[in-house]
Design a protein around this ligand. Sequence first.
Ligand SMILES: [Zn+2]
Ligand SMILES: [Zn+2]
Length: 931
Amino acid sequence: MPHELPKAYEPGAIEMRWAEYWKNEHLFDAPTPPEGRHARTFSLLLPPPNVTGRLHMGHMLNQTQMDIIIRWHRMMGDLTLWLPGTDHAGIATQMMVERQLRTEGKSRQELGREEFVLRVWCWKKQYGGAILEQMERLGASVDWHRLYFTMDDDLSHAVREAFVRLYEQGLIYRGNYIVNWCPDCGTAVSDLEVKHEDVPGKLYEIRYPVVGSKEFITVATTRPETMLGDTAIAVNAQDERYKHLHGKHVILPLMNREIPIITDELANPEFGTGAVKVTPAHDPNDFQAGLRHNLPQITVMDERAHMNNNAGPYAGLERFKARERVIADLEAQGFLVAVKDYTIPLGRCDRSGTIIEPRLSEQWFIKIEPLAKRAIEVVEKGYIRFTPDNYKQIYLNWMYNIHDWCISRQLWWGHRIPVWRCADCKEVIVAREAPTKCTKCGSANLVQDTDVLDTWFSSGLLPFTALGWPEATRDLETFYPTSLLITGFDILFFWVARMIMFGCWFMMPPEKPMREGEKPESHEEALHNSVPFREVYIHALVRDAERQKMSKTKGNVLDPIEVIEQYGTDATRFTLAAMAAPGTDIAFNPSRTEGYRNFANKIWNAARFLFMNLDRLGEDVNVAWTLLSAKSEHSTSSESSHPKGVPGFHATTLEDCWILSRFNRATADVNDALLTYRFHEAANRIYDFFWGELCDWYLELIKPRLMGNDAAAARQACTNLLTLFEASLRLLHPVMPFITEEIWHAIYDGKPPLKSIALAAYPQSDDKQIDLASETHMAVLQDLIVSIRNVRAELKVENKVKVPIQLYAHEPEIRKVIEENQGAVERQANVERIEFVNASLAKLPGARHTARFDVHVVYEQKIDVAAECERLRKELEKIEKALVTGRERLGNETFLSKAPANVVEGLRKQVQGNEILLEKTKSKMQELGCE
Ligand SMILES: [Zn+2]
Ligand SMILES: [Zn+2]
């Protein structure tokens, strides 16, 4: 038997099977783009997850949104590319492997650099694919063929190229700098990787004896152990208290070193004693002051934050032990003036939680200003747009205050800095390929810089390096700039800003590879085309059902794979889409997902009903029009060849005209919503149409025709249903790719015209199929049927009992509609017969009324007057409220001038209807003697 679907919908096996099929059939691999410009391309870069990563809800949200958008564009006939990859994640991966080594009783130092790096590669080979397998499970329609890893040869080559170019342009320099140093990770960390918090602590006041006098100068510090590296005391030049000490010296207690008293803005007369200690090697402000006064920089700690030989008797002590000893000694020697409670702004390493130690070290930096200038310009000019748009200002504020970027990390895993030093003549050689001999003295005694680059350096280049830069590839020409970036707020500065800076730098002529015969573009045009992406969509946070941030410590982290295993990927995707209003965090409640699994079940059962009829009605029922492949579209890429509406649907009855109209409206709304990333609106609109209109009403209304004796009518009804159902599956596909693919293949009995529904054309609305009259008439029938069902329920009429009704229609048109569809009303509301009367029934106890009709269910039953009054009172309240709002809007000049005429007309009708209803309800309450 054809069209077989199992009775129960079991998402697990179905989803795995299609995920594998899509990948094995290379359905989402972009073809090598043919020569020439493509009018309609759409490309996305997947924010590359760390190789060490496991999928979390944030990834799932992010990838669901990207997948919806790219599937939609693909079905619209665009040439699409979704580029996946993974990031080598320097510090995270190195720590992971080091931990593994520790369990074997080994250390990275014992292994040595080369062997350790090999170990990391082995680790990557073994575990680095886990997150990709999880992605497959989500149905992410990425181009697996173009999968990259940030340490691949060609990408590493591109990273070196970028470094060398920046160096040659004078934008990379090496400098002594105070960096945020993490003693645990053993490396500099960027400002962004430091988490700040205020904690209760102590402020120590210490006095330094002035040389050649009995005076002391008192200073305050929260890190007294750093005093061992003091090289001056600063006072403000204007501070009267110290004017007589200018040019004198103090003795540094404990170290017995003489250090000068300098005048500098660093000392604020309003704060404390007005004098401060200056420790250039351990504090960023002191470092600057030290440069101004040419002070020595004395580093008193080593890389693990243990005191070094410069700390004299404290050498070898861990920093906090040293603090205790220093305080004890200062006190014993009479230099400690006071210890006060104090709130300390503390910085911790984002990764290890260790307290950051500002430390002087030699690092590589990018002079960021020229790059930032362009990155500001493109956003200010709107060449890159942000959604939600408030992120534009957040981005700009950060860019206006940007500092030079420290790009070196003291790690072994990563892109090693392409700089060599000649051991003989000290020449510095910066090169794309490892040099064999010194360019100055010819010596072969070259040593490469031991640092690696910050991972954000390589990932900042990805929008073009992953497309083949520095080569002028067809991919680069076709897919750059990418169309859209979807990412989280947490990497706006780490990654998004860096991509914009690098993109606008390297992809601007003359950096951009130019093709033969191409005219040099104007600056504006070039700038416009240099951006890494045209739009940035910042997605929300996924929180738990109680709106709490998910965290391991709270134990409320939801594992997306577990949710998927319970409810299916489609239902999980649908939940995230339906809740993803831009700028609003998602309170993820699995009960919602359960609801969407029920939605999938509903569709499944509707398909089974359809197939049962198809098989019964025989051969000549088919999808009534030839499917247009979306993929073959982009060669012509003209809007008009994209099919509109539901071409093969022949509407002969009211419900046919109505559902066709509703389908076209839903289609217009969904396309509209997707255009502006209103995922929630798109998902909810499809849900309302598919379940609320197609399954709940249309399927029921056509049953008599489907099952009736008129074979031709039955086949027509079945063809219509099949055609409409197929189109609805395409409408739903981007959000629920698996169940739609499964049913779609079953429709064609395993021999579909295309390899996948994902390659079929996305529905487009056809204005000609929108039918206002049918919608109005259908609304009357729905109102009537629901009213009768409600009365039946209240009267507790048993299901098997058919009841007669009396009906009064206000207008002949309405009466005609009901007469014509009498059979439908009788079946849907379990009515024995309809008696049309010529006078209002509104005053009759138990009767229901609307603005268009009054209906009375003829059934012997004592009316509970109190309950009926209560019901009417509530009704009255509702009507009055609606009237107030309606009249207010009609009285609003701005609304009247802006709203389309048909909207105003609709509202006017609504108000009139409510006025009638109000009168009817009031008179009925009077009749019943309600209070
Ligand atoms: Zn750390
Ligand atoms: Zn040399």
